[in-house]
Design a binder for this molecule. Structure first.
Ligand SMILES: Nc1ncnc2c1ncn2[C@@H]1O[C@H](COP(=O)(O)OP(=O)(O)OP(=O)(O)O)[C@@H](O)[C@H]1O
Length: 358
């Protein structure tokens, strides 16, 4: 794992050597597994709330390939979870409208999917790991019973299989000691880190192609967090599983992810490889996020982004970030910018056009 020492792009050169290590390994495994698992274009999610319609996600596009870890970052309420949940069919259909020009998951066109279609897709393709492992585990069933349940309903194991051997193998793979003993234990008998490993083992028991990990290490101590992150990285690299990793923690994202999507007020404002985002951030919001991180050795001044994220019900005109943007120009308050940049590194900012015309 690398030591992340990041400030905005001005310090890019000095941190480059620290940043490159994991990203290069990521690129290697991306070449081995190049199947696109998720392909989403122009995703919009509107939630009908008591205050009226809320545009939780606005015109987002993303792809996730097999073996790739995509990080989604941004301040609280910017739409990270709603974006990911829309790809898994986890949003309540009764008060949510999801539209997209493309919504492909594992080769299936999921636009107009019913609850039952989503259930089928989730059970065969997708697994979820959330912040609190207790929400995924049944407190009154032993670990073994819960693992066997997933194994039994996974068709990929075929007709005859030894569910106990598979469960022990999964727990061992997750670095859980004495797996035979763990099978008989209940969730409350395990530590938080151990429970999260069991949740990941259960996720893997369903042989998923894609894992959605929403703040999976937030509740864990730093040492356990590092172990769980290594585990996720290993699963992506060795098993070719695609991972969508949602986090507030930019350091963790820098260490773990191959590509990063930065969200603000329901929109992707910048997306690129982890090197692009951390070494060459182009959107003033991404630059602000990086400047607000404590520096390692240099211990420079921390600069918080001024102001608060906007009220999602009353978004500012033009670029939603313009009231907080140190580089805002007249046009930023008037018109919403489109995405600019190279295919692999894009950002939504009027500065791009200004730079292009210089
Ligand atoms: N079921 C819901 N009903 C009403 N509003 C919702 C619902 N789910 C999400 N929202 C709203 O949609 C917006 C995006 O929420 P989302 O959970 O995706 O944010 P987030 O970036 O994941 O935040 P956090 O980092 O705090 O988890 C927020 O304004 C949130 O309040």
């Amino acid at each position: 794992m690398m030591n992340v020492d990041m400030h905005a792009n001005r310090d890019a050169e000095s941190v480059a050597s620290n940043m490159m290590q994991p990203n290069m390994s990521g690129m290697e495994h991306m070449n081995e597994h190049t199947d696109v698992l998720v392909n989403v274009d122009n995703l919009c999610v509107t939630i009908d709330t008591f205050r009226g319609p809320l545009q939780a996600v606005r015109h987002n596009s993303l792809t996730v390939r097999a073996g790739e870890i995509l990080g989604i970052v941004g301040e609280s309420g910017c739409g990270k979870s709603v974006t990911a949940n829309a790809l898994m069919g986890l949003l309540p259909l009764r008060n949510t409208v999801v539209t997209a020009d493309t919504l492909m998951v594992d080769g299936h066109d999921c636009r107009n999917y019913t609850e039952s279609d989503w259930n089928t897709l989730r059970s065969s393709t997708v697994a979820m790991v959330f912040q609190d492992p207790m929400t995924a585990l049944n407190p009154i069933l032993s670990i073994g019973t819960q693992l066997y349940e997933v194994i039994t309903r996974t068709p990929a194991y075929g007709e005859s299989y030894d569910k106990r051997a598979i469960a022990i193998d999964l727990l061992t793979k997750m670095g859980i000691s004495s797996p035979e003993k763990r099978l008989k234990q209940y969730p409350h008998e395990l530590s938080g880190g151990m429970r999260q490993r069991v949740v990941i083992a259960m996720a893997l028991a369903g042989k998923p192609k894609l894992i959605l990990a929403d703040e999976p290490t937030t509740a864990l101590d730093v040492t356990t967090e590092v172990q769980i992150l290594k585990l996720l990285q290993q699963l992506a690299k060795e098993e070719g599983i695609g991972v969508i990793f949602i986090s507030h923690n930019l350091r963790v994202v820098a260490q773990l992810c191959d590509r990063v999507m930065v969200m603000y007020a329901g929109q992707c404002v910048e997306s690129g490889s982890v090197e692009d985002i951390f070494l060459k951030p182009s959107h003033p919001y991404t630059q602000g996020l990086l400047r607000s991180l404590p520096q390692g050795k240099a211990r420079g001044e921390l600069v918080a982004i001024e102001g608060q994220p906007p009220d999602v019900y009353v978004l500012p005109t033009g670029c939603a970030f313009h009231p907080r943007c140190p580089d805002a120009m007249n046009i930023c308050a008037k018109e919403e910018p489109l995405m600019s940049g190279q295919v692999q590194h894009v950002y939504r900012c009027w500065l791009a056009r200004k730079e292009a015309s210089l």
